[in-house]
Write a protein that binds this ligand. Structure first.
Ligand code: ARG
Length: 468
C-alpha cells in the first residue's frame, strides 16, 4: 500500500467531524479565499460582535460568554489592524480565521459564537457591509467631482467653444455648458449609487445556512446594530443573491463609462492640435526622449482602467446566472472582481477630480475654434426662416450654398461680404452679420437647457443648491 500525501493532513478543525483526512494541497489552493476575503475582516468582526450581543440579549448565550467573545473579537481586530495576525490558508476564509484565533484567545466560549448562524449568512452580511462602504465612498467621490466641475462651469459660463457632433464642428456652445453636461451625467451616477444603497440595505444575518434557525434569535436587533434598515425577509434569498454587488458594479460601470468619455475628451483637448485645456504638471507626465511633451497619462489610464470595471460586472453576472438556489461555492468568486472594480473606480474618481480642479481652459483657443468650421451656419439658416420667412428646408439649402462659397474662398462665414451673400440669395440684408458671430449665437440659445450663458448660470445655481 502506498501512502497518499493528502491522507496525512489533519481534518479541518471547523467542519472536519465527518472527515478522516484533510484536503489535498491543490484542493486547498482552489478552495481558500483568505488571500482576498481578509479585506472584509472589519466587517466580519462587526457582524460577529452584533451577533454575539444578540445571542446574549435573547438569553441564548450567558452574559459572561458574550462579553468574552465581544472583547476577544476586538483583540483579533487590533491584531489584524496591526498586521501581526497570522492568516492561515488551511482555515479557508476570513470567517474561520477570525473564529480560530478567537478560540486561541478566549478558549471554549469562542465555539458558542456560531450558534444560530452559518458562514452563508455571515459572508452575505460581510460582503454587503463592504459593498455598502464602497457605495458611500463612490457617493463622496462623485460629490467631489461634481464640485470641481461646477467650479469650472462657473469660471467659464460664457466662454465660447465649438460643440461637436461626429467630432465635427457643429454649433458654438459655452465651456460652462459642456462642463454642466458632465455634471448631469455624474449627477445621475450619484442617484444610482444612492438608489442602490437604499435597496441593498437589508440584513442577511440570521438567515443561517438557508432556512433560518430554531434558536429564538432577534434579527431586527442585529440588523439595527449593523446599520441595516431591516432584516432580509426571505432566508433563501438572503444567502443566495448577490444582486447588491451587481447593482454596485452596474452603477460603477456606467459611471466609469462617463469618466472614460470625459478622459477621452481631455486627451483630445490637451493635444497641440486642439489646445483647449492645459493639464497641470501634477496630473501629467513627460517623455524621456521628446522634451516638448506633456502627456495626459492620468486621463489615458482612467480611460483604460474602466475596462476592468466592465469586466467585473460581466464576470459576476456569469458566476451568478446558472446557480440554483441557494448558496453555491461559485459565489466565493464574487469578491475579487468587486474589490478590484471598487479600487479602480475610487481611484479614477479621485484622479478625475484632481485633474478637473487643476486644469486650465484656454479661453482664446476655445474662442478661435468656436468661430471656425462654419459653426454658425445653423444660425444663418434660422435667420433666413425667422427674418425672411423661408421654409427651413429652403433656408438649409441656401445656407449650404453660402458655406460652399466660403469654403471655396478659404474663409469663414462672417468674412463673406453682403454681395457674396446676395449672390446666393437676393433677399439677404446686412442684418444677417449679427447672427454670424459666435457670441451672439450662444447668447441666442436661451431655450430651457440651452447653451446661452443665462441658462448655464441657472443650471449651475440649481446644482449648487442640490449639492448644498
Ligand atoms: N468563503 C466562503 C465564501 O466566500 C464563505 C461561505 C462558505 N459557505 C459554505 N457553505 N461553504 O463564499
Amino acid at each position: 500500500m502506498t501512502d497518499t500525501p493528502a491522507a496525512s493532513a489533519t481534518a479541518n478543525q471547523m467542519w472536519g467531524g465527518r472527515f478522516a483526512a484533510g484536503p489535498d494541497a491543490i484542493m486547498e489552493a482552489i478552495n481558500a479565499s483568505i488571500g482576498f476575503d481578509k479585506r472584509m475582516a472589519a466587517q466580519d468582526i462587526a457582524g460577529s460582535r452584533a451577533h454575539a450581543a444578540m445571542l446574549g440579549a435573547t438569553g441564548i448565550l450567558e452574559p459572561s460568554d458574550v462579553q468574552a467573545i465581544r472583547e476577544g473579537l476586538l483583540t483579533v481586530l487590533s491584531e489584524i489592524e496591526a498586521g501581526t495576525f497570522q492568516f492561515s490558508t488551511a482555515l479557508e476564509d476570513i470567517h474561520m480565521n477570525v473564529e480560530a484565533r478567537l478560540k486561541q484567545i478566549i478558549g471554549e466560549p469562542a465555539g458558542r459564537l456560531h450558534t444560530g448562524r452559518s458562514r452563508n449568512d455571515q459572508v452575505a452580511t460581510d460582503f454587503k457591509l463592504w459593498v455598502r462602504d464602497q457605495l458611500d465612498a463612490a457617493e463622496q467621490g462623485l460629490i467631489a467631482l461634481i464640485g470641481a466641475l461646477l467650479d469650472q462651469a462657473e469660471a467659464g459660463a460664457d466662454w465660447v467653444m465649438p460643440g461637436f457632433t461626429h467630432l465635427q464642428t457643429a454649433q458654438p456652445v459655452t465651456w460652462g455648458h459642456h462642463m454642466m453636461a458632465y455634471v448631469e451625467m455624474f449627477g445621475r451616477d450619484l442617484c444610482r449609487v444612492r438608489d442602490a444603497r437604499a435597496r441593498m440595505n437589508t440584513s442577511p444575518l440570521g438567515a443561517a445556512a438557508l432556512a433560518g434557525t430554531s434558536f429564538p434569535i432577534d434579527r431586527h436587533m442585529t440588523a439595527e446594530a449593523l446599520g441595516f434598515d431591516a432584516p432580509a425577509a426571505n432566508s433563501l434569498d438572503a444567502v443566495s443573491d448577490r444582486d447588491f454587488a451587481l447593482e454596485f458594479l452596474g452603477a460603477a460601470s456606467i459611471c466609469a463609462m462617463h469618466l472614460s468619455r470625459f478622459a477621452e475628451e481631455l486627451v483630445i483637448w490637451s493635444s497641440a492640435q486642439f489646445r483647449f485645456v492645459s493639464l497641470s504638471d501634477r496630473f501629467s507626465t513627460g517623455s524621456s526622449i521628446m522634451p516638448q511633451k506633456k502627456n495626459p497619462d492620468a486621463a489615458e489610464l482612467i480611460r483604460a482602467k474602466v475596462g476592468r470595471i466592465f469586466g467585473a460586472n460581466t464576470a459576476l453576472m456569469m458566476v451568478m446566472k446558472g446557480l440554483p438556489l441557494t448558496y453555491s461555492k461559485d459565489m466565493q468568486e464574487d469578491k475579487e472582481q468587486v474589490f478590484d472594480a471598487a479600487d479602480n473606480l475610487m481611484l479614477a474618481l479621485a484622479v478625475m477630480t484632481g485633474m478637473v480642479g487643476d486644469m486650465t481652459a484656454n479661453r482664446e483657443s476655445l474662442a478661435a475654434a468656436a468661430g471656425s468650421g462654419f459653426s454658425t451656419a445653423t444660425d444663418l439658416a434660422d435667420w433666413l426662416v425667422r427674418v425672411l420667412g423661408l421654409p427651413f428646408r429652403d433656408a438649409h439649402h441656401i445656407t449650404g450654398s453660402i458655406v460652399a462659397l466660403a469654403e471655396s474662398r478659404g474663409c469663414d462665414l462672417p468674412d463673406l461680404t453682403l454681395d457674396d451673400m446676395t449672390s446666393v440669395y437676393e433677399g439677404i440684408t446686412a442684418e444677417v452679420f449679427e447672427v454670424l458671430g459666435v457670441e451672439n449665437s450662444v447668447r441666442s440659445r436661451t431655450s430651457y437647457g440651452g447653451t446661452a450663458p443665462e441658462q448655464v448660470r441657472a443650471q449651475i445655481a440649481r446644482w449648487k443648491e442640490l449639492m448644498a
